[in-house]
Design a protein around this ligand. Structure first.
Ligand code: GLY
Length: 596
């Protein structure tokens, strides 16, 4: 009783302090002057912030942990072996694009829950000379797909968009990685694929996390043929055993020797289509032959003097992050990380940006995305003015399903100043579970990223609309947001991005804000507690012990529904520092930051 009285007093005090200290004006919000430019991130400021840094009591990570440091180059991914592959290529004279492609193929071997050749992804490239471009190799809906293919005769949504043969879009990863290499790499496919082929052919040592991950995916993997590889004798591959994948090694060698044609038209296409036909899938040789990656102009925005280069549609990542950052800019300088005020402003900005995302965005080949409007500072200002500083808003019902959490992001910088941020996925862990016999790889369940039944939540609770309804040849809307940040002088500062469905957008943005707005070291920025709001469900999610009880109570008093969720997103980041680079892989997961 006494404790709860104490907590609610603390909550009230915390709310009042926030309102008085950060935002003296009562709602409706005043017209905000242009946001002052941020003070440059300098070593003194970072050292001061690091000395004062504190996470809430009980939070799982300490402050002040050292990152991986390097002088020349860095690769950060969810697999140490895949990062090693990238560094091997860089040391052999390759550039960041060569290394990114090497890392991507290696992830397909060493991190098969999300690394893939049976899925798709997005790559954000910035060359040292300032050229900046993004590559969309998102999966596409097969020609025989249809708007209501996942709805049964009684109008109920089935699980066929998530499990089994009908769940897959036409894979884009092989075409995409080849395209990036051809345009901006300096090596051959055979050179950059050599480490992945070695890992598949000679095997790699299974560690306890990998073994537990396979056991945890028993229900996804064992109905299909991958069980022979990952559950030999019916048991998950054992810690300390060598995992050799001969079918995958053969597939990778065919791609290395013959290019993407091997995958889209040759022997691998034959195996893929034969697998589809055995299980009632609809991907045909024509679908494979027609698949093309698309070069797109990045979403370029500014936040208080910094430049963000982010992913355009068919991902919602760049637009949604830009919209939310633009809203927040109206409240600059932001309240401190960990305060009620900061949590409230994040929640209200996310709410508004996700309402637009979920109702208005889709594949640009099918939908006119209101890109200019949604990323404009003026529009953000009108949204910011709607934010009541004392009370949570409610998300109205809107004309509008969630994305897979088993995506993976990797970041690369090279010695020449080139940078690559890549996010790739099968959607759910091990995708649809379908494993291509003879091919040796898993197929995605990316069709669930469409609004399989507009207005009905998908596997992660996102409610989306007609703009993202299924059409043959259409790309399903993604949240992936590989992002490159430039400092106010236009110099490369950060390479980052995340896995985690819609939490990709919020976690990527929070790590960036932790660095540029809150002056955290990259290690602290990655370890700081995260928040998430996606409009619907109308709840502010936080990580257990990631906010103090007083902050939680204050947010509730302001009208927020507050729920906790373990491990929001999976981010892998690189930051330029004086004398080189800091690299940090997701502390909530596994990975490797490797530099030289
Ligand atoms: N499948 C996760 C995403 O594309 O956002």
């Amino acid at each position: 009783m006494r404790e709860s009285l104490h907590r609610s007093r603390a909550a009230l005090l915390s709310t009042l302090l926030f309102v008085a200290a950060c935002h003296p004006a009562a709602s409706p919000a005043p017209a905000h002057p242009p946001a002052p430019a941020l003070e440059p991130r300098d070593a003194t400021r970072v050292a001061e912030a690091a000395a004062l840094a504190a996470f809430p009591g009980g939070w799982r990570f300490p402050v002040g942990v050292k990152p991986t440091e390097s002088e020349h180059a860095m690769v950060v991914s969810n697999s140490k072996l895949a990062s090693d592959a990238g560094i091997e290529i860089l040391k052999a004279g390759g550039n960041a694009v060569d290394a990114a492609v090497a890392t991507g193929f290696a992830l397909a071997v060493t991190y098969p829950s999300a690394g893939n050749i049976g899925g798709g992804g997005f790559m954000n490239i910035r060359m040292a000379d300032g050229r900046s471009m993004t590559l969309d190799y998102r999966e596409m809906a097969p020609g025989a797909s249809s708007r209501d293919m996942y709805v049964d005769a009684s109008g109920k949504l089935t699980n066929k968009s998530t499990v089994g043969y009908l769940a897959s879009g036409v894979p884009g990863s092989v075409a995409g990685m080849n395209e990036a290499l051809k345009k901006y790499g300096s090596m051959t496919l055979a050179q950059v694929m050599a480490p992945a082929i070695r890992y598949a052919e000679k095997g790699f040592m299974v560690d306890s996390v990998f073994s537990r991950g396979i056991e945890g995916a028993r229900r996804a993997i064992t109905p299909f043929e991958g069980k022979a590889v990952f559950f030999p004798g019916g048991e998950a591959v054992k810690t300390g055993s060598l995992l050799v994948q001969p079918d995958l090694a053969r597939t990778l060698k065919l791609i290395a020797a013959n290019g993407p044609k091997a995958f889209y038209e040759g022997a691998i296409a034959d195996s893929l289509v034969a697998e589809e036909q055995r299980g009632g899938g609809i991907i045909t040789k024509d679908d494979l032959r027609r698949y093309k990656p698309e070069w797109r102009t990045p979403i370029k925005s500014t936040y208080r003097g910094y430049t963000l280069l982010a992913m355009p549609p068919s991902s919602s990542g760049g637009i949604t992050m830009t919209e939310a950052m633009n809203i927040l800019e109206n409240f600059a300088p932001l309240p401190p990380a960990g305060s009620v005020g900061y949590a409230h402003l994040l929640a209200e900005s996310y709410r508004r940006a996700f309402m637009d995302r979920n109702s208005k965005l889709g594949d640009p080949a099918f939908v006119k995305n209101p890109l200019n409007e949604l990323t404009s500072k003026a529009y953000a200002k009108t949204l910011a003015a709607q934010i009541d500083l004392h009370h949570a808003s409610k998300t109205p019902a809107f004309d509008t399903r969630a994305e897979g959490t088993q995506t993976t992001h990797y970041s690369v910088v090279d010695n020449f100043g080139n940078a690559v941020a890549t996010t790739t996925t099968l959607n759910g862990g091990f995708g649809s579970g379908v494993w291509v016999r003879g091919g040796g790889f898993f197929m995605n369940n990316e069709m669930d990223d469409f609004a399989a039944q507009p207005g009905t939540p998908n596997m992660f609770g996102l409610v989306q609309g007609e703009a993202n309804a299924i059409r043959p040849g259409k790309r399903m809307l993604s949240a992936m947001d590989p992002t490159i940040v430039l400092d106010p002088q236009g110099k490369l500062l950060m390479v980052t991005g995340a896995a985690g469905g819609p939490t990709i957008i919020t976690a990527t943005m929070e790590v960036i804000l932790n660095v540029i707005e809150h002056h955290m070291t990259l290690a602290d920025a990655m370890r700081a507690p995260r928040l998430h709001h996606q409009a619907l469900p109308d709840a502010l999610r936080f990580e257990p012990n990631g906010m103090s009880a007083a902050v939680v109570d204050s947010l509730k008093a302001m009208g927020h529904t507050v729920t906790s969720q373990n491990g929001l997103a999976n981010v892998n980041s690189i930051l330029r520092v004086p004398g080189g680079w800091h690299g940090v892989y997701e502390p909530r997961s596994v990975g490797g930051a490797v530099g030289y």
